[in-house]
Design a protein around this ligand. Structure first.
Ligand SMILES: [Zn+2]
Ligand SMILES: [Zn+2]
Length: 270
């Protein structure tokens, strides 16, 4: 292990609808790999919050994270977070979710544009993908301007499915103006950009976002980056995190942010 402050700040337990293993198992894996910190970030899909009873799931996740923090004290810093999906699609739900628990860290995510299915479920053969992606970045900008979160999760999430799973080559070129606006808004508001390493173990084969966007973020003055594997099972904890840190280092980033009580503590990468 090259890195002293190896951490994973995006992972799902069995409190997420698509998660498999309990928080204790994730922490056990993190400890065995010598991680410094682990942040549990179970799903809260705001647009389905009331229909699917997320209030119970997120509360359970929070207590499991706090319990694990007590069990692993002295071996691993365990933080309680949440992955807040599509907050602008039900702001009342988002605000209720955030007020229910005393989180260390909130990821802001956009898994679908308003009125459309999750990018995972889009019919890529028939979809007007450019129109969807323009809307995606517009809605992302509105979410960043709202700013009720700490780090922007998997900024190029649709690429995971369109390019990775469906083999549709997708350039960033038509979207640079919007991408820049999102990155600048993050910097202006003091928020972080997440480097999500899930794409490295999936068909996409790159981090989410990847090098061109990370480079642009740095050019614009962005310094705050969080890192997470987006593990949905025990075996994926910290997957790709060392490669992600190496990429950040190669692009000139010097620190990684790990949040405690919404404060970004900046740890040296090297
Ligand atoms: Zn997500
Ligand atoms: Zn996730």
């Amino acid at each position: 292990m090259r890195y002293r402050y190896l951490s994973d700040n995006h992972c799902h337990t069995d409190c997420s609808f698509d998660g498999v293993d309990p928080a204790m198992m994730l922490c056990d894996s993190a400890t065995r790999q010598g991680l410094f910190a682990l942040t549990i970030t179970d799903h809260c899909e705001c647009h389905r919050y009331y229909d699917e009873g997320y209030n119970r799931a997120i509360r359970q996740s929070y207590f499991e994270a706090r319990k694990a923090a007590a069990v692993f004290r002295g071996k691993l810093h365990v933080y309680a977070g949440i992955e807040l999906g599509q907050p602008m699609q039900d702001l009342k739900a988002a605000e209720e979710a955030l007020s229910m628990c005393d989180y260390d860290f909130v990821l802001g995510s956009l898994h679908n544009v308003s009125g459309q299915p999750d990018f995972y479920d889009i019919s890529y053969e028939t979809a007007d993908l450019p129109a969807l992606l323009h809307t995606y970045f517009d809605e992302m900008l509105a979410m960043v301007q709202w700013g009720g979160f700490d780090s922007l999760a998997h900024m190029t999430y649709p690429w995971r499915y369109a390019q990775g799973d469906h083999g549709i080559a997708l350039s960033y070129d038509p979207y640079w103006e919007q991408i820049d606006a999102v990155l600048k808004a993050l910097i202006d508001k003091g928020l972080s950009l997440e480097l999500n390493t899930s794409g490295l173990r999936q068909k996409l084969g790159t981090t989410i976002p990847d090098e061109p966007i990370l480079r642009r973020y740095r050019e614009l003055g962005g310094k705050r980056v969080t890192i997470g594997s987006d593990a949905h099972r025990w075996a994926d904890v910290a997957s790709g995190v060392e490669d992600g840190l190496a990429l950040l280092e190669s692009l000139g980033f010097t620190h990684i942010a790990i949040y405690h009580a919404h404060v970004p503590d900046m740890y040296p990468i090297a």
